[in-house]
Design a protein around this ligand. Structure first.
Ligand code: FES
Length: 317
């Protein structure tokens, strides 16, 4: 595990409808590893699930991590476990914070677009912008006011925040207009439900694609790339093993079927837990963690979804 931590739940409270605020401290009272705005924790929950939650507090704080957890009814059980089973004083294990949603510190201006619980990584970014005196605007959408989590944190910045409640506006956030009117020199950071992020990604805008950044909580349903028709081979550098990956299985599944214990969490290409080094071969990246720019020359891959463009990959396993 990446810098295993033992954390104690110092405080928890209902933050908004179906949103729980959790404050975690080091179980032995020590300073916590530093984190950057946009970073997340991979928490191991009492039911054994590992789930990623964005850190929303000030990146300079070393005495606590603050998270917001939205309840997903009928989901895979992580958020239900947080809401139903966690109590103050309980101990949890976590890896050290990881950041796949890093802010470019040199942008001229920042446009943040958040939907629902997607406000959590944006809050830490806003704290950074405020401290650094950077120009920023936030558009924050929710179904109704009872679901506007962490509203009190935004009140001091009222003039920079545009709130959109679907029920009051009688329509969803007009993303096409928002993106069409966005300043060309803005860096856009978006987190929320997949339809919102797909709309921000796909809308015509003066903001170039490379300046639009996303934190996916779940993989979009549509638009998945087809499996490679003939499959491919993986060679494991350390063990010398060669395994065939058929079209219907992921690399992760093939490794599991051959007894390899590989870390994973989402199995959807959104969390980064299964990142594996690649020594040789051409990668077909299919994840939602790396931007196009980050993929250039990248010698690692997320093996729960990504595949091979070449007949063979050599993995650092
Ligand atoms: Fe989450 Fe692979 S397990 S990206």
């Amino acid at each position: 595990m990446n810098g295993a931590l033992q954390l104690r739940i110092a405080d928890m409270s209902a933050e908004a409808h179906d949103v729980m605020r959790l404050e975690l401290v080091d179980a032995r009272g020590q300073s916590l590893p530093a984190f950057e705005p946009g970073a997340h924790l991979a928490l191991t929950l009492p039911n054994g699930a590992v789930r990623q939650y964005s850190l929303l507090n000030d990146w300079r704080e070393r005495d606590r991590y603050v998270l917001g957890v939205g309840r997903v009814r009928g989901g895979r059980g992580g958020s239900e476990c947080v809401h139903a089973e966690l109590r103050p004083g309980m101990l949890l294990h976590s890896a050290a914070p990881v950041n796949h949603f890093a802010l470019r510190p040199d942008a001229t201006r920042y446009l943040f677009i958040a939907g629902g619980i997607g406000i959590t990584p944006i809050l830490s970014m806003i704290r950074w912008c405020h401290a650094m005196d950077k120009p920023w605007q936030l558009v924050y959408a929710a179904r109704n006011r009872s679901r506007l989590a962490f509203y009190e944190d935004l009140v001091p910045h009222r003039e920079r925040v545009h709130l959109h409640c679907d029920d009051e506006a009688a329509c969803p956030l007009p993303v096409a207009r928002l993106m069409a009117d966005a300043p060309a020199d803005a860096e856009v950071y978006c987190c929320g439900p997949a339809p919102l992020m797909e709309a921000v990604r796909d809308s015509a805008s003066p903001v170039p694609a490379a300046a639009r950044h996303f934190e996916w909580f779940s993989a979009p349903v549509a638009g998945e790339a087809p499996a490679s028709a003939d499959g491919f081979w993986i060679d494991l550098r350390r063990s010398g093993q060669s395994l065939q990956v058929p079209p219907e299985l992921s690399i992760l599944e093939v490794l599991e079927r051959h007894g390899h214990d590989v870390p994973f969490s989402c199995r959807d290409g959104v969390c980064g837990t299964c990142e594996t080094g690649v020594c040789e071969g051409e990668i077909d990246h299919r994840d939602y963690v790396y931007s196009e720019a980050q993929r250039e020359g990248l010698r690692s891959m997320l093996i729960c979804v990504s595949r091979a463009r070449s007949p063979r990959l050599v993995l650092d396993l």
